[in-house]
Design a protein around this ligand. Structure first.
Ligand code: KIV
Length: 287
């Protein structure tokens, strides 16, 4: 197990969430873009300052995903996630990191209506969070929006294939691209987003040949989730790979057992409180 310190130098006299790191250059959007075909990009989701601190030294990108709607807020899907949620969690993740480029998801309803609506909300998110860029879900129809944003100073990561914000249209989270027609449409979406200026692209939940074809055809790095090891990088929801939930979707590999780790610790704490063995002598202030 790695013993790399992730807490940097914490100024515990003021706040535990306020690291004072050795100055280090944060990865930029152009550096990420240049990784096309190179060393695979490592991206994980982060929603809180402490998790950002732990993940940051190991990741190239931290994604403040709208999956926080389900993971943090217990929502049934991401449709109800708000700008305010993304701004608050985005700012926390930027505060907790100094190495990875932080990308914030635009929530459903904040960018689809027009390029102007997207610019207003994306610029607000960048101002409020200090993030390096935003991510939007969707294909061809949003290419003019990607062009509008990138030409006005807003780096855009696109997200194609299974797009969870479209759950009400898709009817679920099944793998995409099973028919030739759908596979062709996904590849066209990806090319349109890359040509419009997306600096990177998440490919989610597609049959592997589609992810490989997209990776070969687009100019920007692709980041797979339920896609292919041949993508230019990978992303997972951190709580999934840490094993916080009982259910592990097919595309997730569990690298830890957070659920049982927390449950066992809490069980022990509850036992000690009930038996009055906590707090013990070491945790008590004496005159
Ligand atoms: O919201 C999210 O966490 C995402 C990743 C799963 C790519 O979009």
């Amino acid at each position: 197990m790695s013993t790399t310190s992730t807490t940097l130098t914490l100024d515990t006299s003021t706040s535990r969430a306020n690291p004072t790191p050795t100055p280090m250059k944060r990865l930029t959007v152009p550096t990420i873009r240049q990784r096309k075909g190179g060393e695979p990009l490592v991206m994980l989701t982060a929603y809180t300052v402490r998790m950002a601190q732990i993940l940051d030294p190991h990741c190239d990108l931290l994604l403040v995903g709208d999956s926080l709607g389900q993971v943090i807020y217990g929502l049934p899907h991401t449709v109800a996630v708000t700008m305010e949620m993304m701004a608050l969690h985005g700012a926390a993740v930027v505060r907790g990191s100094y190495h990875a480029a932080v990308i914030v998801d635009m929530p459903f309803g904040s960018y689809e209506a027009s390029p102007e609506q997207a610019f207003k909300n994306a610029s607000e998110l960048l101002k409020q969070t200090g993030a390096a860029g935003i991510k939007i879900e969707g294909g061809k129809v949003l290419a003019p929006t990607v062009e509008f944003l990138t030409s006005r100073g807003i780096p855009v990561m696109s997200h194609v294939g299974l797009t969870p914000q479209a759950v009400n249209i898709l009817g679920g989270y099944g793998v995409r691209g099973k028919s030739d027609e759908e596979a062709k449409a996904i590849v066209e979406d990806a090319i349109a987003m890359s040509d419009a200026g997306a600096f990177a692209m998440v490919i989610e939940g597609v049959l592997e040949p589609i992810a490989i074809e997209i990776t070969q055809k687009v100019k920007c790095p692709t980041i797979g989730i339920g896609a292919s090891a041949h993508c230019d990088g990978q992303v997972l929801v951190t709580e999934d790979m840490l094993g916080l939930f009982e259910r592990t979707p097919k595309f997730v590999k569990r690298y830890g057992g957070m659920h049982s780790f927390v449950a066992e610790a809490v069980e022990q704490y509850a036992k000690e409180v009930r038996s009055r063995s906590f707090p013990g002598a070491e945790q008590i202030y004496k005159a």
